[in-house]
Design a protein around this ligand. Structure first.
Ligand SMILES: NC(=O)C1=CN([C@@H]2O[C@H](COP(=O)(O)OP(=O)(O)OC[C@H]3O[C@@H](n4cnc5c(N)ncnc54)[C@H](OP(=O)(O)O)[C@@H]3O)[C@@H](O)[C@H]2O)C=CC1
Ligand SMILES: O=C1CO[C@H](CO)[C@@H](O)[C@@H]1O
Length: 390
């Protein structure tokens, strides 16, 4: 048995608490650790880190006790924990702006590093962080959770089985309505920093990082992007109830052309009302069949089941287009996507198991976001190669 001690910074945030601490780390502890290829078990010991004693104490004592029947360690002395020789892994899910400083302090102390995306808001900094990790020889990884969404796993299975024939195009629709905080009795659902560019916010820096690895994994590397981004809601209300000016894009419309010539269009918006199957849907059209994946489900339509519609607005539409799609059954029990990636990272640290989702690959995500921003600013196609991250 091997025990890995994980310093978790940013654990008091939305992602840190829910996806990483409760649904990944505590869930792994509850299941008794992670089993490695040689049959040994990796046990984990988290130390929660942050600036708010009250929030940390609540998570480490109340929440952990509810979930696993015991409290875990916590501290507000970030430097002391990061330099503690007993700590094996430093994890960061704090605000994007703090990421580089936490990563660098972890490198200095020779820790393995795992962190949320984006790793930085500009490519040069993202590449420097990847370089520094590699020169120091520390194991490193970035969260790329969408790869393990059940809907995405089903799409991957269809691709591997040759269901699509030749893939002709891909269309992603992402987003939902985020209340501005101004509407009576409707609190906003997302932290205000997301709508301030100066605080690391913005649709492209948030979501293009995901689109980069998702498209790369399923369909091939992106060659170039044409994007147009807008600030749809110019003023929102912050956590203190004060109005603030929105300086970050909350919608981004993009075409990605891949190195293999395939076109993927992705619409991403915090100012849209959902009338589709899920908050993210990815439609793949191929010569032999099409599929639409949501977060969990995936629907297919084969060539043989494809309807033959006739354009006639003078009569009610005779075809219910949803009827021609078939939901795929679950092929397995789908665990939480963040937890699956955590288990792979723990194995990578413990026994060198494969982990290609490094800071270098996180930098490629930042590069696509920056290419999108540049395309929108300059109103032109931007090749990802221009940013030097691929
Ligand atoms: N993979 C994914 O699907 C997603 C990833 N993310 C990424 O995760 C990160 C966090 O996002 P999210 O959880 O939504 O953000 P939150 O605003 O909910 O959490 C921010 C965290 O950072 C901490 N923090 C903020 N400012 C400071 C500071 N000055 N000093 C110390 N700690 C600070 C907060 O601590 P405190 O509680 O004390 O304020 C909190 O722990 C972002 O980088 C984001 O891009 C976000 C959403 C989804
Ligand atoms: O991946 C993501 C999914 O959606 C979140 C919001 O709901 C985003 O902030 C995030 O980065």
């Amino acid at each position: 048995m091997k025990t890995l001690t994980i310093a978790m910074h940013g654990v008091t945030g939305r992602m840190g608490t829910n996806q990483h601490f409760i649904r990944s780390i505590l869930a792994i502890m509850r299941q008794g650790g992670v089993t490695m290829a040689d049959g040994q078990t990796i046990q984990i010991k988290p130390i929660l880190l942050g600036r708010s004693e009250a929030k940390l104490r609540h998570l480490a004592e109340t929440v952990a006790t509810q979930e696993i029947g015991a409290a875990v360690a916590w501290s507000t002395d970030v430097d002391a924990v990061l330099s503690d020789p007993g700590v094996d892994i430093v994890f960061d899910a704090s605000s994007t702006q703090l990421r580089a400083s936490i990563i660098r302090r972890a490198i200095e102390h020779g820790k393995a590093i795992y962190c949320e995306k984006p790793i930085a808001v500009d490519v040069a900094e993202a590449l420097r962080l990847a370089d520094e990790c590699e020169s120091a020889g520390v194991k490193n990884g970035v969260v790329q959770d969408k790869l393990w969404l059940p809907g995405v796993r089903k799409l991957r299975m269809l691709r591997d089985q040759g269901f699509f024939g030749d893939i002709l195009s891909v269309r992603g629709e992402f987003g939902y309505w985020v209340f501005s905080g101004d509407e009576p009795n409707q609190a906003t659902q997302r932290p205000s920093w997301n709508y301030r560019r100066e605080d690391g916010g913005g649709m492209m820096i948030d979501m293009f990082c995901h689109w980069q690895y998702l498209i790369g994994d399923l369909f091939g590397p992106v060659d170039r992007v044409l994007a147009h981004a807008t600030i749809d809601v110019p003023q929102r209300i912050d956590e203190a109830g004060k109005p603030y000016a929105c300086t970050a894009d909350d919608s981004a419309y993009a075409m990605f052309v891949l190195e293999n010539g395939l076109t993927c269009q992705f619409n991403s918006s915090w100012a849209t009302r959902v009338r589709r199957d899920d908050l993210l849907t990815v439609q793949v059209d191929g010569t032999k069949g099409s599929a639409v994946a949501g977060l969990r489900d995936c629907w297919t339509q084969s060539l043989a089941a494809t309807p033959r519609p006739i354009w006639n607005p003078d009569i009610p539409q005779p075809i219910n287009f949803y009827d021609g799609w078939q939901a795929l059954p679950d092929a397995t029990q789908y665990d939480n996507a963040f937890k699956i990636q955590w288990e792979l990272f723990l194995k990578h640290v413990a026994d060198g198991g494969d982990f290609p989702w490094s800071l270098r690959s996180g930098a490629a995500g930042v590069a696509l976001a920056c290419a999108g921003e540049q395309s929108s600013r300059e109103q032109r196609w931007v090749s990802v190669g221009e940013l030097g991250a691929q």
